[in-house]
Design a protein around this ligand. Sequence first.
Ligand SMILES: Cc1cc2nc3c(=O)[nH]c(=O)nc-3n(C[C@H](O)[C@H](O)[C@H](O)COP(=O)(O)OP(=O)(O)OC[C@H]3O[C@@H](n4cnc5c(N)ncnc54)[C@H](O)[C@@H]3O)c2cc1C
Ligand SMILES: *[C@@H]1O[C@H](CO)[C@@H](O)[C@H](O)[C@H]1NC(C)=O
Length: 450
Amino acid sequence: MESQDRRPPTGIKVVIVGAGFAGLCAAIECDRKGHSVTLLEKVKEMKPLGDLISFGSNTGPVFERWGNVMETLEPLLYKSPGINYFEWNGPYVTRQNWHAEKNWGRSISGHRGEIHLVVLRYALARGIDIRFGQNVTGYFETEDAAGVVSNEVRITGDIVLAAECVKSPGRKIVLGFDDPPKPSGYAVYRAWYDSQRLADNDLTKHLVINGDTHSGWIGRDCHFLATSLKNGKDFSWVMTHKDNANIDEDWQFPGKVEDVLDELSGWDPVVHALVKATPPDCLVDYKLVFRDPLPTFVSKRGRIALIGDAAHPFLPTSIQGASQAIEDGVTIAVCLEKAGRDSVVEALRTYEAIRYERVHRIQMTGVTTREQWHKADWDAIRKNPESLHIKREAWMLNFDCEAHAYDVYDATAAKLQQATSVSATEDVKDFSDFEISATPIATQKPVEVQ
Ligand SMILES: Cc1cc2nc3c(=O)[nH]c(=O)nc-3n(C[C@H](O)[C@H](O)[C@H](O)COP(=O)(O)OP(=O)(O)OC[C@H]3O[C@@H](n4cnc5c(N)ncnc54)[C@H](O)[C@@H]3O)c2cc1C
Ligand SMILES: *[C@@H]1O[C@H](CO)[C@@H](O)[C@H](O)[C@H]1NC(C)=O
């Protein structure tokens, strides 16, 4: 049934490491463009881990192209038309509606594990070769091939896409050095649970008995976002706060309700009720760590590329980490199609050139939004409540990455070609066009991992 949505075979063999959203999307998109895909995932069985994840309207068109994926997701998704903001100790401040961005494309928010499973099933239904229980420990490339060592077996293709997140061994190969995380001074408590206990409490029932709602409480150096989904039946909250512990990043690190309540002393009783209703095994304490933007996403010989969080970890406040992982896969699949099998190196370098500036510009919005909330000038906000609204900008959200990649591929590849020959003669002027962000961003504030 999906076969109409597959271009003729290109003969390009793509090996992908990691079946998170970055790897899965790259696999589906490469399959759509007629490349042949082998996807290697470490875990033996995918469990529906995580809690709330959001894909912006910039990825709506991508999901809509994937068979019946949107239809299947529909009942699972966030449907609140906007968010109410409150001051940390209770007073209502302002409402921000999402109607403007609805015209830009469908946005998708829901449980990470549930959405992931729908996308994984779609990839399997397309017949993509996905192998579980594959622990990739090494990467290699030659002039005409690239591959990985997985469970001590060598698996070779024309290119390798490393999508195994920040602890990626692929990062080391591409960078040529180890890139250890640094503590950021922030962490997030995250929770997802059945909302029945909130429906039974007069303080909180308004958040769950009339369909989906979304609320944010903003304080100094701390914010608390709460969402109900599935017609109010499921509830999710996320609290970003100062944290100086130097602990490893892990999505499964359990948190304690008492610790959260301690941090929230004096906050709105509604917030306290939301935290108290959290079952102990539904609370995650996730440390945010710094990682500097990478100087490049592509290996020296040009056959191994980093995608998703392995290339560019995001802060939760950008609400774009998962969307940017999707844009990577779509862009690479188009680049490979345009380049053809003889020019896969050109394809990966062009992928980097197309993506680099945009992804880093979006990464920075994670810092600006957090600062906008945590360092808010409340006198100014009382005069202009809308200044608390999260920025929803058209350049970021009204964007079809597939159409864009087709539009700019030829010109970008040609410029890269020219820049390479120019730089060979030591005049690197034109090259700045392509590394626009490399220097300025690397010297700006480090970016944190979601
Ligand atoms: C358990 C978990 C829960 C998460 N929960 C949330 C959430 O609630 N909200 C949110 O916004 N974001 C969440 N994220 C992060 C979010 O999924 C990513 O930020 C984003 O989707 C980009 O995805 P990615 O594919 O680059 O990385 P990831 O989603 O981290 O996927 C990386 C994949 O690579 C696999 N892998 C790692 N090492 C190897 C190896 N050596 N060999 C083979 N495979 C390997 C991993 O098992 C994993 O499946 C979660 C991530 C994880 C892993
Ligand atoms: C994967 O390999 C690494 C390196 O040999 C090892 O440390 C790790 O425990 C392995 N993980 C799994 C899930 O087998």
